[in-house]
Design a protein. Structure first.
Length: 234
């Protein structure tokens, strides 16, 4: 679904205003605190299946990952840590245009190689619950942050837009923030695994949601989901 800048009042769920058993279905947009969210964050199920996709979301698409000015500064501070993990093509792109650029929609995004690959893409083997996944697409920034080479006391690992995916964040001109669930064909395996595990999108992305919006907001989101479940909406 897509958000409109002005949301009709009858299309927004505000927890205190909806009585038990009211309505025949869950509205498409919910309001948690001051954040609008697509209701399918609660109703849809998802879990990344790296054994199948091997991190394809980092190397597909036609633009880089959205980043903020603060994140660009953090990334620039990490370049020495990740430089040797980057391909020669990625190093050339960064030398030429920096770690980020403005895309066709006017958004700041990470630089890309060959029109699609994030410059911070690297490859390696990972252990997924005792099961090795070979030649998986990894984030050099995240790998450096999780190693002993990372900057001490820095909480930055990778752009929050990457950590939140398949949730996408949109900020409108009036300052309203909305969260949408993006369903990409290459993530079909993640939807299938999520359904097998019965894992809602918002539960799968608990850590990045807490990182971005705080513990209080996420706890409120869970309380709303629990109440909707009790009322028979979920």
């Amino acid at each position: 679904m897509s958000y409109t800048q002005t949301v009709p009042s009858d299309q927004v769920y505000n927890p205190p205003s909806l009585g038990e058993g009211q309505g025949v279905g869950l509205p498409p947009i919910l309001q948690i605190g001051d954040i609008l969210i697509s209701s399918d964050l609660l109703t849809e199920e998802f879990c990344c299946d790296l054994e199948v996709c091997k991190g394809a979301c980092c190397i597909e698409g036609d633009a880089g990952a959205p980043v903020t000015i603060d994140e660009i500064m953090e990334i620039e501070n990490r370049l020495d840590d990740v430089w040797r993990d980057l391909s020669a093509s990625a190093q050339s792109v960064i030398d030429r245009q920096g770690v980020a650029y403005t895309d066709q929609e006017g958004d700041l995004v990470t630089s890309i190689v060959g029109g699609k690959d994030c410059v911070f893409t690297c490859y390696g083997d990972i252990d997924a619950g005792g099961k090795p996944i070979h030649n998986c697409c990894l984030c050099a920034l995240e790998r450096a942050a999780n190693s002993q080479l990372s900057i001490v006391n820095s909480q930055f690992t990778k752009p929050i837009s990457c950590a939140l995916y398949p949730i996408r964040e949109k900020t409108f001109s009036d300052g309203t923030t909305a969260l949408n669930y993006h369903q990409w064909d290459i993530c079909r395996c993640g939807r299938e695994l999520g359904r097998r595990l019965h894992l809602p999108v918002y539960r799968f992305l608990e850590r990045p949601l807490r990182r971005r919006f705080g513990d209080d907001w996420y706890d409120e989101l869970c309380a709303v989901a629990d109440e909707l479940h009790r009322q028979g909406y979920l």
